[in-house]
Design a protein around this ligand. Structure first.
Ligand SMILES: O=P(O)(O)OC[C@H]1O[C@](O)(CO)[C@@H](O)[C@@H]1O
Length: 541
């Protein structure tokens, strides 16, 4: 059967079950066990990562059809090709080997790639240890602060991960400058001592305008204070020659191959700021967690395979049910930058309108990903999630244990809020129940009816929940690798190349051409009326 026929079977199935109540599916007493999967981990007796997708409108038939679609799309073959280093990023002619950075060396891989990755990791660890011990210091003594200058994949991963692993910080303070808005660099430098600040310029290409502009500004700041900037700078880049032009010596340049995509790069030198903050050992645990997810992804049958399950539930919601967005809702304050990180990972990877072979995609590409941590979001946009006209599939994340034993009562509230939200989304509140509530408040007649209607929750809104024992470095690694592989599987099923990002080019090109037009008197006659109006207002202000 063709892959299109498989899609059609799913669409037909959805048409049959779309109005059915999710709650009614729990008449099957084994539903929660059958529509969930759990991975036990190696970092502690009670380590686990549970994916519960039972609060969705999937039944046995829908599930089997989704697995059939994944098989028909050759997910297993594509996965094996990725791990074996084949050039699956076809539009750029590159392999995709971020997994190699966490120790998943396939025997098919060229030995020099594997050795190079291992040596770079050893150099990073050695460098981080020397900085943390004060053996490599700034002009004013041991480094108290580290600034990572980068954007996109050279920023979002380390920002998110350093925040997530705050309880493990025992190194210098870390700061991040990404936006070309001078406010970002100005605010970050406030209160920092240039003589005890280590600067990492993180840019795969070493040409990104935001990063190079910020790096030059930070260099000026150091030099104005009489600090030899190059002596306190590190480059993280695939373009070692360009880093050398900055006067950064080779021993402080950490490179990576073009088979490491920007948004998949936190596992290597782009993670240096994280390693400096938490130390090589915890950074190693972060990689080990990801490696464990890699092994699981490579070996588990599709039906029990967490990345495959998460991906296919995503396909069900986005492409079959037609839900255009997906909310990621970590009930974990330290994962507050996870949604932003996932926006790049998922939307830069799968936000595409043509398939790998250049033909138009026959269906929608990946959904809009957005979110905020709970419980904050509950007091902001959950109103719409519960009562808006369009259902929004939600992904909840929650740890069994926090890092603040003295505040265990906070954590109980956090867990109960998280579980209450997914229950409320599914269960809803009927008009009958709302009427009873209003009657109990003494309302009658039209008043009762009107007020009751505002208090109805349609319910039947799908969600998945990821529950894990604690946000350790190992667990963070597992979670991120789970998301990476999920994006990969979704991309394969949609026929997309998840590893290029041509869609970011046009805006960059136009920005370069627009900059000279900001000079007073510049000839902007080639521009459209709107752009000229805006230039007129913004130029020379
Ligand atoms: O690391 P670089 O080369 O500075 O690129 C930064 C980011 O820019 C992008 O190419 C897109 O704007 C991302 O994919 C990448 O993560």
């Amino acid at each position: 059967m063709s892959i299109e026929a498989k899609w059609k079977l799913l669409e037909d199935h959805h048409a049959r079950v779309r109005d059915r109540s999710i709650l009614s599916l729990f008449d099957d007493p084994d539903r929660a066990a059958r529509f969930s999967a759990c991975l036990s981990c190696a970092d502690g007796d009670d380590g686990f990562l549970l994916l519960d997708y039972s609060k969705t409108n999937l039944d046995d038939q829908g599930f089997a059809l989704l697995m059939g679609l994944a098989r028909a799309a050759s997910v297993e073959d594509r996965r094996d090709a990725m791990f074996a280093g084949q050039p699956i990023n076809e539009t750029e002619g590159r392999a995709v080997l971020h997994t190699m950075l966490r120790g998943q060396a396939d025997p098919a891989l060229p030995l020099e790639w594997v050795r190079d990755a291992q040596q770079t990791r050893a150099r990073m660890a050695e460098f981080a240890s020397r900085v943390r011990a004060g053996q490599f210091a700034g002009m004013g003594g041991a480094f108290t602060d580290v600034i990572n200058i980068g954007i996109g994949g050279s920023d979002l991963g380390p920002v998110m991960a350093t925040l997530a692993l705050r309880p493990y910080h025992d190194g210098p303070r870390t700061h991040f400058i990404s936006n070309v808005d001078g406010a970002h660099v100005a605010d970050t430098l406030q209160g920092l001592n240039p003589a005890t600040t280590l600067v990492i310029i993180a840019s795969k290409t070493f040409t990104t305008i935001e990063t190079m502009t910020n790096a030059a500004t930070v260099r000026d700041w150091m030099q104005a204070a009489g600090v030899d900037a190059a002596a306190q700078m590190v480059a993280v880049s695939s373009a070692g020659d360009r880093a050398a032009e900055w006067g950064i010596p080779p021993e402080r340049v950490f490179g990576f191959g073009d088979f490491i995509g920007g948004r998949y790069s936190v596992w290597g030198p782009v993670g240096l700021s994280l390693m400096l903050a938490v130390g090589p050992e915890d950074f190693g645990a972060f990689l080990d967690g990801a490696a464990m997810m890699d092994r699981h992804f490579r070996t588990a049958p599709l039906e029990d395979n967490l990345p495959v399950l998460l991906a296919m539930v995503g396909v069900w919601h986005a492409q079959i049910c037609g839900h255009a967005t997906r909310a990621v809702l970590p009930y974990d304050q330290r994962l507050s930058r996870l949604p932003a990180y996932l926006q790049q990972l998922e939307m830069e990877s799968n936000g595409k309108r043509v398939a790998m072979d250049g033909t138009d995609l026959p269906r929608d590409s990946g959904p809009v990903v957005w979110g905020e941590p709970g419980t904050n979001g509950q007091h902001a946009f959950y109103q719409m999630i519960h009562q808006g006209t369009r259902p929004i599939p939600c992904e909840f994340l929650i740890a069994a244990r926090g890092h603040e034993p003295a505040l265990a009562h906070h954590h109980k509230l956090l867990i109960s809020n998280c579980l209450a939200q997914s229950e409320a989304l599914m269960r809803g509140r009927s008009l009958e129940r709302a009427r009873a509530l209003m009657a109990a408040r003494g309302l009658v007649g039209e008043d009762l009816e009107r007020h009751a209607r505002h208090r109805v929750f349609a319910g039947n809104r799908p969600s998945v929940t990821m529950a894990y024992h604690q946000l350790t470095p190992f667990m963070l690694g597992m979670i991120l690798a789970l998301y990476e592989h999920r994006v990969f599987v979704e991309g394969v099923v949609l026929g997309i190349n998840s590893f290029d990002q041509w869609g970011v080019e046009l805006g960059k090109e136009l920005a370069l051409k627009l900059e000279p037009l900001l000079t007073p008197g510049a000839d902007d006659s080639g521009k459209d009326g709107s752009t000229r109006l805006l230039l007129g207002r913004l130029r020379g202000a």
